[in-house]
Write a protein that binds this ligand. Structure first.
Ligand SMILES: Cc1cc2nc3c(=O)[nH]c(=O)nc-3n(C[C@H](O)[C@H](O)[C@H](O)COP(=O)(O)OP(=O)(O)OC[C@H]3O[C@@H](n4cnc5c(N)ncnc54)[C@H](O)[C@@H]3O)c2cc1C
Length: 433
C-alpha cells in the first residue's frame, strides 16, 4: 500500500509520522526546498499559538517535550489602549492555563525530521503537484529537472489553503468550494529584544484593539516579538512613506514606536497576506484521494486554531483507520462525516473572535463579562466552562463546544429570569399593605 502526501507543511509532516506507525509506505511531496537547510519565507506568520488540541497530537507521536522546550506560555491577553495603563486578562479562571507561542519553522522542522526518520517515509522537496487523476492516483510534479510522474494507492492533499489537490478535484468536477475572503489583510512587524531581554511581558498575547482593526504580538524564543497588523484590505496602501508610517503609528499605536526600530522598513517591505475561510464539499473522491488541514477547511487565525484543528484532523483520520480496520475507502468517508461539523464550528467561532479581539476586549462590559464567567467557572467547576477554555484547553469537539456553550447560556438566562421572578414576587409581598 503506497500513500502519497502532497505538502510537507504542519499537517503533511505530522500525518506522515502517524501513518509511518501503521507500517505504510509513505511519500511526502513538497514544492519548497528543504526548509531545514534554507531560508524562512518573509512575512509568513513566524509564530503560532499551539494549545491543547495541537499538544494532544504531538504527545501521541512523542514530540511534545521537544516542541514545548522552546515554547513561551501565554496565560492571558495584555490589552494596549491608545492611552492609559495596560490591562491583563487571564484566559482561565484559575489564571494558570496558557496557550503556547511556538516558532512555526521550528515546529515544521521538528515534524519534518521526525517524519524523515520514520521507517517507510520518504520526503521529497522541490516537487510541486501540477496534475492529478484522483481516480487512478496518478500525479505529475514539476521539479527543477522537469516533470515527474508517480502514482499511489492513496493521495492525501495537505497542501494548504491554496491547495493544488483541491484545484484538481475542482477541475474534475468532483468537489465544490466556497472561499470567503475576509475584507482584511495582515502584515508582520517586529519588536527586537532590548539589552537581551523581552521588550514586553512574554507571558501574554498582546493586543492593540482599535475598533475596526487591531494588532497582536506574540513572543519568540530569541526574546523578540512578532506583531501582526490586521487591517481592512487596501488600507495598508494608504501609508507610502516612512514619515506617514511613523506619524500614523505615533497616533494609533504610540507605545509601539519606541520598541520597533525597524517599523518603517518592516511596514514598507513586508507583504500583505490574505485571510479567508475555505469550505469544500466533499473532502474525498473515489475512496482514495482526500483533503485535510487547510486544504480542506482553512479558517481565519483569530482563535489561534488553524494548525490545532489540522493536527486534530490527523488524530481523527488515524482513529478512523483504526475503526475501519485500515480500509481507506471507509476511513476517508468516516473522517469527513466526523470532522465536518467540527471544522464548520471552529470556522464560525474564529470569525466571531475577530470582532471580540479587535473591538470588545477593551470595553469595561467585556471585562466584567469575563470576570463573571470566571466566577461561575470557580463556583460551578465542570458544570460551567467558558468557550475559550473548551476550545483552547480541551479536546471537546468544536461543534460540541458550541452546543454546550449555548446550553450554558440558556440555563444561565433561565436562572436569571427565575431569580428575577422570585425577587419581583418577594417585592410585591413586602409592599402589600
Ligand atoms: C497570520 C496567521 C496566523 C496564524 N496563527 C495561528 C495560530 O496561532 N495557531 C494555529 O493553530 N494556527 C494559526 N494559523 C493557521 C495555520 O498557519 C494553518 O492552519 C496551518 O499552517 C495549516 O497547515 P497545513 O499544513 O494544512 O497548510 P500549510 O501550512 O499551508 O502547508 C502546506 C504545505 O504544502 C506545500 N504545498 C503547497 N502547494 C503545493 C503543491 N502544489 N505541491 C507540493 N506542495 C505544495 C506548501 O509549500 C506547504 O509546505 C495562522 C495562520 C495565519 C495566516
Amino acid at each position: 500500500m503506497k500513500v502519497a502526501i502532497v505538502g510537507a507543511g504542519l499537517t503533511g509532516s505530522l500525518l506522515a509520522c502517524f501513518l509511518a506507525r501503521r507500517g505504510l509506505s509513505v511519500s511526502v511531496y513538497e514544492r519548497r526546498a528543504d526548509p531545514r537547510v534554507g531560508q524562512v519565507e518573509r512575512g509568513r506568520s513566524i509564530n503560532l499559538a499551539i494549545s491543547e488540541r495541537g499538544l494532544d497530537a504531538l504527545r501521541r507521536i512523542g514530540l511534545v517535550d521537544q516542541v514545548m522546550a522552546d515554547a513561551l506560555p501565554m496565560k492571558g491577553r495584555m490589552i494596549h489602549p491608545v492611552s492609559g495603563p495596560l490591562d491583563f486578562q487571564p484566559y482561565a479562571a484559575s489564571g494558570d492555563r496558557a496557550i503556547n507561542s511556538i516558532s512555526r519553522s521550528a515546529l515544521n522542522n521538528a515534524l519534518l525530521s521526525a517524519a524523515s526518520a520514520a521507517p517507510g517515509v520518504s520526503v521529497v522537496f522541490e516537487h510541486r503537484l501540477v496534475e492529478l487523476d484522483s481516480a487512478s492516483g496518478r500525479m505529475v510534479f514539476a521539479t527543477p529537472s522537469g516533470k515527474v510522474s508517480v502514482s499511489a494507492d492513496v493521495v492525501l492533499g495537505a497542501d494548504g489553503a491554496g491547495s493544488a489537490v483541491r484545484e484538481q478535484l475542482l477541475a474534475e468536477g468532483i468537489v465544490a468550494e466556497d472561499v470567503d475572503f475576509l475584507d482584511y489583510g495582515y502584515k508582520e512587524l517586529s519588536i527586537p529584544a532590548v539589552d537581551g531581554e523581552f521588550a514586553l511581558d512574554p507571558g501574554a498575547l498582546h493586543i492593540w484593539p482599535r475598533g475596526t482593526s487591531m494588532m497582536i504580538a506574540l513572543p519568540n524564543p530569541d526574546k523578540s516579538f512578532t506583531c501582526t497588523l490586521f487591517w481592512p484590505a487596501g488600507s495598508f496602501d494608504a501609508l507610502t512613506t516612512g514619515a506617514e508610517v511613523s506619524a500614523y503609528f505615533a497616533e494609533h499605536y504610540p507605545d509601539l514606536l519606541p520598541l520597533a526600530p525597524d517599523l518603517v522598513d518592516d511596514y514598507l517591505n513586508n507583504p500583505v497576506g490574505v485571510l479567508g475561510t475555505v469550505h469544500t464539499l466533499p473532502w474525498q473522491a473515489h475512496g482514495r484521494t482526500a483533503l485535510l488541514g487547510d486544504a480542506a477547511h482553512a479558517i481565519v487565525p483569530f482563535y489561534g486554531q488553524g494548525a490545532n484543528c489540522a493536527f486534530e484532523d490527523v488524530v481523527e483520520l488515524d482513529r478512523c483507520l483504526d475503526d475501519t480496520g485500515g480500509s481507506w475507502a471507509r476511513a476517508l468517508r468516516l473522517f469527513e462525516a466526523r470532522r465536518r461539523e467540527n471544522t464548520e464550528a471552529i470556522a464560525e467561532m474564529a470569525l466571531a473572535n475577530f470582532v471580540e479581539m479587535r473591538d470588545k476586549v477593551a470595553s469595561p462590559v467585556f471585562r466584567l463579562t469575563k470576570q463573571i464567567e470566571h466566577f461561575l467557572e470557580r463556583l460551578l467547576p465542570g458544570t460551567y466552562v467558558s468557550r475559550y477554555e473548551l476550545v483552547s484547553f480541551s479536546t471537546t469537539p468544536y461543534a460540541e463546544v458550541q452546543r454546550r456553550v449555548r446550553r450554558q447560556h440558556q440555563a444561565l438566562g433561565a436562572s436569571v429570569a427565575a431569580a428575577a421572578c422570585v425577587l419581583a414576587a418577594a417585592w410585591r409581598v413586602w409592599r402589600r399593605p
